[in-house]
Design a protein around this ligand. Structure first.
Ligand code: MTE
Length: 308
């Protein structure tokens, strides 16, 4: 895929064809308290919020399956191994994250490396609202309203060299605040993930700084996390401290942990079983009925061409 790294972002965001009108998406009532939700958004953001990002293929399923998952569930059932493998305890332990003045660094094969506070990134670009499905390799799933900006914007700002082919993402390393990082069973730390540059430049690749109309919860990856909705959830790395542009495909945390179980690409593929169980169905948090998992988590129309 040919990348257009110098393309300018238009001042007014026109939703692309895969953004569905809000009226077609079933939303959780709490989330639909529009007046509260809109607090804190500027005029430009209002224009962006005219659409929500759910792929049209998902509309073929029953509307209940597109309902926003209540925050009471997505905020209390978390994978964040830096703190603990116990999903129900992450929320309490992640309160330790030192969010004030959190800095993000961009290094490696770029013309303009940078280090700057995440707060500056939030001020710099209009924050968009995107509702994405999240599909965990463990077979649970959720529908989450994120706020943030396309990863592409940060990449364009740093101007990658022509030799850059991958982006490696690293979480913080601080065992004093994240006790899981003392755990020698799960290692090597820090948690590392990666995307090809073409994947990272795709319109759907998103850096989230908020959710449900407020800043990101610590347990969900504050102050900034990746969201790549067509890949298994483990690719969506939380609490990012560094992006490094590389020529070689980076090793990832889960590949190091268990190379036969996790591959670098990790696209949602219902027909390909994971080493320990099949992936053809999933269960939304809070539901008890299993529903079919869709190729690329329902985003095939948008991303399948990346892999041809
Ligand atoms: N990022 C970091 N830094 N550490 C982690 O343990 N877990 C991943 C991903 N990002 C993880 C991470 C996994 S396995 C999943 S399924 C999602 O985060 C879960 O995101 P959520 O807790 O916000 O639902």
């Amino acid at each position: 895929m040919k990348l257009r790294l110098t393309q300018k972002t238009p001042a007014l965001h026109i939703p692309p064809e895969w953004v569905l009108p809000e009226s077609e998406v079933t939303l959780e009532s709490v989330y639909l308290n529009r007046r509260n939700f809109l607090k804190g958004f500027g005029q430009a953001s209002l224009a962006v919020m005219s659409g929500l990002v759910l792929p049209s293929t998902l509309q073929a399923q029953t509307s209940g399956e597109n309902r926003i998952t209540p925050e009471s569930l997505t905020g209390r059932f978390n994978n964040f191994y830096e703190f603990t493998p116990d999903k129900s305890r992450v929320r309490q332990l992640a309160k330790q994250l030192p969010l004030d003045d959190w800095r993000i660094q961009v290094t490696g094969l770029v013309k303009k490396p940078l280090t700057l506070p995440v707060a500056d990134l939030i001020r710099k670009w209009d924050q968009e609202e995107r509702v994405y499905r999240l599909r965990c390799v463990e077979t649970w799933s959720a529908v989450i309203p994120w706020r943030g900006f396309p990863l592409r914007k940060l990449i364009q700002q740093c101007d990658p060299l022509s030799t850059a082919r991958y982006v490696k993402f690293k979480t913080f390393l601080n065992p004093n605040i994240a006790p899981g990082q003392k755990n020698r069973f799960w290692e090597p730390w820090p948690y590392v993930e990666g995307l090809s540059l073409a994947e990272a430049m795709h319109d759907l690749s998103f850096l989230a700084t908020g959710m449900y109309g407020h800043s990101l919860n610590p347990q969900n990856g504050a102050p900034i996390r990746l969201v790549v909705p067509w890949k298994y959830g483990f690719k969506s790395i939380k609490s990012i401290a560094e992006l490094e542009f590389t020529r070689e495909e980076p090793r990832t945390f889960w590949q190091d942990m268990s190379p036969l179980e996790y591959d670098f690409e990790a696209n949602v593929q219902p027909q390909v079983p994971y080493a320990r169980w099949h992936q053809s169905v999933e269960t939304l948090l809070g539901e008890d009925k299993a529903i079919p998992t869709l190729p690329f988590n329902g985003y095939a129309d948008q991303v399948a061409s990346l892999y041809k």
